[in-house]
Design a protein around this ligand. Structure first.
Ligand code: FUB
Length: 482
């Protein structure tokens, strides 16, 4: 079996908003599809990947499962398709729910297999036929999640935008919509709402930052229903428990934060990587719970990549916040011998820390970030077979960290970099003692450095942090553990 990393899909694939589902003993992740280099969300058509449950490293590509132009409301403008979800209907077929940006609707498509291809079926509508999202006080037709329970298909939608945001006026005009998460049940035609949407109540949020913002998702955990969502803080996924699919729910804490903010009391200024929006869900695979979420790359929130981590439980059955690692689905630390791409770093900071990527990263803000900070990036165009994602633009003090490798007493280590000369300080603990330094020569193409020895304690799994010291800039491609 191969090893599996974070991101868990090939490094040229940009699938955020992943909803993991198990159908017929395979794990499928349905998500949006970003385009590397784009200046907006979800520019590509939906594609699908799956893996067998007994080998989560063996991801298979199923190709395009649904195109933007298949929705009749979206033919002309080809608006991006935002976060989708899939459920199996009572008829055994598979139903895909999605929100085509700018159409004020939730689309429904159907397929005979979980692998698609999906064909357009209709839009979610009120009993009298008005589309959901086009009637006064409807919830925002955004981020649908679907779940079959108690002989009903539950549909969750919602968004809590700032009412002053310009795009709301542009897209929804004068219709006053209800903020927050909402739920309804669907008729067996999978399009008609059985009742008006009700607000999903979540009590016990410790502060407004942890309230619902977007990305509703639902799963059954033991005898509880677990409502998952992206909070107002935006970079984190939170969870809440309830006795019924429609709630009410009680807040239970953060599941994943794409800067590890909140983990062991970490605050925003010490985020371990470049944060941005987050969206995902949980699933039990072979007896273990996992959170699927996404990280940011390329200085923007428009090139997001799926990551997954194992979850641990609290005594009351709720989940502890996961830690971002380089190897979430691997089931054990990575081998301490071999060549690893720098793109699997779970820690990436500049000499002055990392920042939150904004939804609008055009203009000065974007340029400022691009000049001062490192980022996961690639040289090639979107979806080239092996564009070779790497860490771009490390300057003095910039650090890439990798967790975890199997214990070792010592390791020989070399790196592949390009750019200016300088050195890498190697540590096992960020801010800890320097174990050794690696001299980096000036190179136009990626070249291997000298090999150095680092002494470790063989008692625990290994973390590795590489901090660039120098006056220039380097790109970090990979490293070899020997
Ligand atoms: O991917 C587009 C949008 O970004 C999703 O619909 C939101 O949940 C956020 O992840």
């Amino acid at each position: 079996m191969k090893q599996v990393f974070n991101p868990y899909l090939p490094n040229y694939e940009y699938i955020p908003d992943g909803e993991p589902h198990i159908f017929n003993d395979r794990l499928y992740v349905y998500g949006s599809h970003d385009r590397f280099g784009s200046r907006f969300f979800c520019d590509n058509d939906y594609v699908l990947w799956s893996a067998p449950l007994d080998d989560l490293s063996d991801w298979v590509f199923h190709g395009v499962i649904y195109r933007k132009d298949q929705d009749p409301l979206n033919k002309e403008e080809l608006n991006p398709l935002f976060a989708p979800d899939v459920t199996q209907g009572k008829d055994g077929r598979y139903y895909l729910y999605y929100a085509p940006c700018g159409t004020k609707s939730i689309g429904v498509a159907v397929a005979d297999s979980p692998e698609g291809p999906f064909t357009f079926l209709g839009h979610v509508k009120h009993k009298e036929g008005t589309l959901l999202g086009q009637k006064l006080n409807d919830p925002y037709p955004f981020d649908p999640a679907v779940y079959f329970a108690k002989n009903n298909t539950y549909l969750y939608v919602g968004f809590s935008p700032d009412p002053g945001w310009d795009f709301l006026k542009r897209e929804f005009g004068s219709i006053a919509l209800s903020s927050g998460a909402h739920v309804t049940e669907l008729e067996d035609d999978m399009c008609t709402m059985k009742s008006e949407c009700r607000k999903v109540e979540i009590s016990g949020c410790p502060d407004p930052g942890h309230d619902f913002f977007e990305a509703p998702s639902i799963r059954k955990v033991d005898d509880k229903y677990c409502f998952i969502y992206s909070s107002m803080n935006s970079h984190e996924l939170c969870h809440s428990f309830g006795d019924k699919p429609e709630g009410p729910f009680t807040y239970k804490g953060i599941l994943h934060d794409n800067g590890d903010i909140g983990l062991n009391g970490r605050n925003e200024k010490d985020r371990v990587s470049y944060t941005g929006n987050n969206h995902g869900s949980i699933i039990m695979i072979n007896g273990k719970w996992y959170i699927f979420a996404h990280r940011q790359s390329n200085y923007s929130v428009y090139a997001r990549q799926g990551v997954a981590e194992e979850l641990k439980r609290n005594p009351d059955g709720s989940f502890k916040q996961s830690e971002m690692t380089s190897c979430g689905l691997n089931g054990e630390p990575l081998d301490n011998k071999g060549k690893y791409g720098a793109y699997i770093a779970c820690h990436l900071t500049s000499g002055s820390g990392a920042v939150h990527y904004l939804d609008n990263c055009e203009g000065q803000e974007f340029e400022g970030i691009r000049i001062k900070h490192p980022a996961f990036s690639q040289d090639g165009e979107d979806r080239e077979d092996d564009p070779g994602q790497f860490i771009r633009n490390m300057s003095d003090g910039s650090t890439a960290g990798f967790k975890y490798f199997k214990p070792a007493e010592s390791l020989y280590l070399s790196v592949f970099t390009r750019g200016d000369e300088g050195l890498f300080e190697v540590r096992e603990v960020f801010h800890g003692p320097v174990l050794n330094t690696i001299r980096l020569d000036k190179n136009d193409g990626f070249s291997e450095s000298e090999t150095v020895l680092i002494e470790l304690s063989d008692m625990k799994k290994v973390s590795l942090y590489f901090t660039y010291r120098g006056n220039g800039h380097i790109d970090f491609d990979s490293f070899i553990l020997k």
